[in-house]
Design a protein around this ligand. Structure first.
Ligand code: ADP
Length: 540
């Protein structure tokens, strides 16, 4: 059965949450008539003074959407439809008027906006904590920022500085939104929580629990706190790091009937956890700096000690060197006479024993003199008293002179010396005497310690100056012995058959270093040894 159009239209107004009505407005008379309305409209129009509201709108010719915030917390949105249809007379207008209950929607929007704001506050305060190096500086600013974005009225941070049983705090932050709220009194730094009746708060906080308390829920002995602080509700959160109780973060609200939502509580707790991290980081840094400065002063002290010890050692060493040099010098003079005179003494032809003794005196004396001379050289090198006499000369010449001097020793042992002169005949600037001294020592060693028909003597230019190499085909020197062979008084396999003091190589090395050069040894047991003396072209 076909319904009449009006009942169809009326039915179409039903079916949603909105209160809808078709209203005829008389603009001239400034009144109206509700022609049709759905059941929701009948409900919602009772929620406020609808007749008055509409009349007012008509008389002000204001047909804009309007939101009504009711005292019971409800929020209603009213809006007018278009006025064009149907227009019978100029004075009459028709409109679809809608009332919506947007309480929930409004609440949700507010909630989202508030949460965004809160999270913004948390983020910006954490940003401040991250950026500033010292928490003492950044914390008040960061927490003020946080407070500004939250629903709370005041904030404080009590840093736990207790070292023993007695409870001690330091107020690091004490901020409020308005000066009408009192700040946390200074006495909280040394407050005896037990005596003041609020020990259960501290106990809970130390155990990681929060205190969220309204004035009316507080115990009688705790009431004084609310009276003194004027707070209506308090939220105290422990700040901890790995179970260490670092302090208390406190929020207070000064209006009654205030409830913190569960989600917000979680955010406050998260912020406190962050705080724990920052406070701990700060005290770690302070500790580290303290260690650093103690370490620095310790190092300074030790350095002073060491330089004092070094000076003492140097003084002692100098005294020893001077003493040895002096003694050696004193010994040399009489020894020279002994050697000299032993040569001059003429014994009768037949006195074989006497001549033998005389020979002992002579060879013993020369050996002793050689040793004393070597000690003297070493002392001079070690005490830096060695003088270098510069001249320009050809390396080949110095080799020739050395060969001439060593020839008798080689001949005595029946050894040949094969000399390989340098191809270039350039000159070097160095101390020829010192180089000769080194070469003689190396050549003499090669002759002394090798049992082979010949010794090789090379002289060649390299990128770093001149290389003089003395190569023998003797027993060679093990890797281990190569390390200690340059130490003074070191002799390998000293069975007394070969004469020596163990000083030659250390003197040679000391001299080479003074000339800006070095001695390198290449040797393998059973394969002979090569000692290479490198001397720079020009001493720097
Ligand atoms: P000295 O020859 O007076 O003992 P050196 O300092 O010149 O003192 O040499 C130290 C030791 O190194 C020698 O006693 C010897 O054992 C070893 N040495 C030196 N040159 C050679 C060499 N060419 N071959 C084998 N051993 C050597």
């Amino acid at each position: 059965m076909i319904q009449d159009p009006l009942s169809l239209f009326k039915a179409s107004l039903e079916g949603n949450d909105w209160g809808t009505a078709i209203i005829q407005i008389n603009l001239k008379e400034k009144n109206y008539e509700v022609l049709l309305k759905n059941s929701n409209f009948s409900q919602l129009e009772k929620e406020f003074d609808f007749p008055n509201f509409l009349k007012n709108k008509i008389s002000h010719y204001d047909f804009n959407t309007e939101i009504i915030y009711k005292t019971d917390g409800k929020v209603l949105e009213t809006s007018f439809g278009h006025f064009d249809y149907p227009s019978g007379s100029k004075d009459f207008q028709f409109t679809k008027f809608v009332i919506r209950d947007i309480t929930i929607k409004q609440k949700q929007e507010e909630e989202i906006a508030w949460r965004l704001r809160f999270e913004l506050g948390v983020a910006s305060s954490i940003q401040i904590l991250i950026q500033k190096p010292s928490i003492r500086e950044s914390l008040p600013q960061a927490l003020y920022q946080l407070l500004y974005f939250t629903e709370m009225d005041s904030i404080f941070f009590l840093k736990n500085i207790a070292t023993d049983e007695s409870q001690k705090f330091e107020i690091w932050v004490n901020e409020r939104k308005s000066t009408e709220y009192p700040l946390l009194p200074k006495k909280f730094e040394t407050l005896d929580w037990k005596k003041e009746g609020i020990n259960r708060w501290l106990h809970k906080l130390k155990n990681g629990k929060i205190i969220y308390l309204k004035k009316e829920k507080a115990l009688p002995k705790e009431q004084w706190y609310f009276e003194e602080s004027k707070a209506e509700s308090i939220l105290f959160i422990p700040v901890k790091f790995e179970n260490k109780f670092l302090g208390i973060m406190g929020f207070q609200k000064y209006v009654p009937n205030f409830v913190i939502q569960h989600e917000n509580l979680l955010i406050y707790q998260t912020v406190s956890r962050w705080m724990g991290l920052f406070v701990q980081r700060d005290s770690d840094l302070t500790e580290l700096n303290r260690y650093k400065s103690t370490l620095e002063s310790l190092i300074l002290e030790r350095t002073l000690d060491l330089s004092r010890t070094k000076e003492e050692l140097e003084r002692a060493y100098k005294a020893k060197t001077e003493f040895l040099a002096h003694v050696s010098h004193e010994l040399r003079t009489p020894l020279n006479s002994i050697i000299g005179f032993s040569k001059l003494i003429q014994l009768p032809e037949g006195d074989v024993t006497g001549k033998e003794y005389l020979q002992y005196i002579y060879s013993g004396g020369t050996r002793l003199l050689k040793m004393i001379n070597e000690i003297l050289s070493l002392m001079k090198i070690e005490s830096g008293q060695i003088n270098i006499l510069y001249s320009e000369f050809k390396p080949k010449e110095i080799c020739r002179q050395s060969l001439e001097l060593i020839q008798p020793q080689a001949n005595a042992k029946g050894m040949e010396i094969r000399f390989f002169p340098p191809i270039q005949s350039k000159t070097i600037r160095s101390d020829s005497g010192k180089i000769q001294q080194i070469l003689l020592n190396l050549l003499s060693n090669a002759i002394k310690y090798a049992d082979h028909s010949y010794v090789e003597f090379h002289c060649e230019w390299s990128d770093f100056g001149v290389n003089f190499s003395v190569r023998d085909f003797g027993p060679g020197i093990s890797q281990e012995d190569q390390k200690r062979i340059f130490h003074s008084f070191t002799r390998l396999n000293d069975d007394g058959k070969i004469e020596g003091t163990g000083l030659g190589l250390s003197i040679s090395q000391g001299l080479a270093e003074k000339l800006g050069g070095s001695i390198t040894l290449i040797s393998h047991l059973g394969e002979g040894s090569t000692f290479i003396l490198n001397i720079p072209e020009n001493i720097k």
